[in-house]
Design a binder for this molecule. Structure first.
Ligand SMILES: [Zn+2]
Length: 210
């Protein structure tokens, strides 16, 4: 796989923050907002379950999602800017998609799909959201693999592994090969992801996703 350092800067920062979130006990999900010139102007990570000092100002709350934190951290001078792009490691949930629609941001780059809570489909079916003309791109490739890995490990840790649970079923339907490969890695050595995720583990697991 490509080294993290070879990925675009927005994704490097997102993945570093997502790992920080996972290791702190929250979900491994992060977001950044980038201006037209490519500068990162705001960042946020999921901070549902930890109060650690981080870029996120909203913590220990059901709304402490990565995208909400990034939007909340957007400096005042960028709040009317219509040429910003939000990068998020996981497809936004209804709350975060709604929050993006209420901002001036009209472009979203997504690391991996979320077949459980992801709500990009709302952009087509809701007239208000459709009128916002939000452009969506999926990263694919290595970025998708790494983002899904962190998302899947977060859910596995939170729900304990139960393949019959509807969330696991939805993930396995959308990403059958990745789910199978990650489960195989963990079956061989569960200790690999007990505790913190290291960069070495990310490379090791991601290389096995094919
Ligand atoms: Zn959300």
């Amino acid at each position: 796989m490509k080294k993290l350092q070879q990925l675009p800067e927005a994704w490097q920062v997102c993945l570093d923050l997502a790992v920080e979130g996972y290791n702190a006990g929250s979900m491994g999900i992060a977001a950044v907002i980038v201006d037209k010139a490519g500068n990162i102007v705001a960042r946020g990570r999921n901070q549902l379950r930890d109060d650690k000092d981080s870029c996120s100002s909203i913590r220990m709350s059901s709304v402490a999602h990565a995208e909400i934190n990034a939007l909340n951290n957007l400096p005042q001078e960028y709040r009317e800017d219509r040429e910003l792009t939000l990068y998020t490691t996981v497809e936004p949930c209804p709350m975060c998609l709604g929050a993006v629609a209420m901002s001036r941001i009209r472009a979203i780059e997504i690391g991996c799909a979320d077949p459980h809570a992801g709500s990009i489909v709302m952009l087509e079916h809701n007239e208000y959201l459709r009128g916002k003309n939000i452009a969506v791109e999926y990263a694919g490739g290595e970025v998708e693999k790494l983002c899904f890995l962190l998302h899947y490990l977060s859910i596995r840790r939170d729900l304990s592994h139960n393949p019959g649970h509807r969330i696991f079923k939805a993930l396995a339907r959308r990403y059958p090969h990745y789910v199978q490969a990650i489960d195989a890695v963990l079956e061989r050595d569960e200790s690999l992801h007990r505790g913190d995720i290291t960069t070495e583990f990310l490379y090791y697991a991601s290389a096995r996703l094919g």
